[in-house]
Design a protein around this ligand. Structure first.
Ligand SMILES: [Zn+2]
Length: 141
């Protein structure tokens, strides 16, 4: 048997995560150094990604700065892992991944819409509207 995926257990919060989400190396404690800890938004801020704990992960300042604004499969996996904190305990890994994909897809649509001058409220995906109001459509937070 191989080791279980690391997201089968609740992940540490970004402030206490031992390793960078991108390079896997530890953080140094020199404030402002390229190797120090920074808070990465998994769904990028430029996409309208929310300022909530489940959208954060720890990354070196340098690694965070190198990240583009694309979302890749690893980002969805990291998001799914963080959903441990906000979904009921009986949700499976597959449930978390499916929900992470729905959230990312909704923000992808929203990000596309935001480039336009006027967006009707009805056009904004409901998932995005709820999350931006501080609600989490599937869970308790
Ligand atoms: Zn790093």
């Amino acid at each position: 048997m191989s080791a279980p995926p690391r997201w089968r257990t609740a992940p540490p919060r970004w402030r206490t995560a031992p390793e960078c989400a991108f390079c896997g190396h530890r953080f140094v404690n020199v404030r402002g150094s390229a190797d120090s800890r920074s808070r990465d938004h998994i769904i990028p801020q430029s996409w309208g990604g929310p300022n909530v704990e489940w959208n954060y992960r720890a990354a070196h300042v340098r690694c965070n700065g190198r990240r583009g604004v694309r979302m890749v499969e690893g980002d969805i996996q990291d998001l799914a892992r963080n959903l441990f904190w906000v979904l009921p305990a009986d949700y499976t890994e597959q449930d978390r991944i499916a929900i992470a994909r729905q959230i990312v897809e909704a923000f992808r649509v929203w990000n596309g819409l935001r480039r336009r001058k006027k967006v009707a409220i009805e056009e904004i995906p409901d998932i995005v509207r709820q999350i931006r109001k501080g609600r989490f459509p599937w869970g308790t937070v």
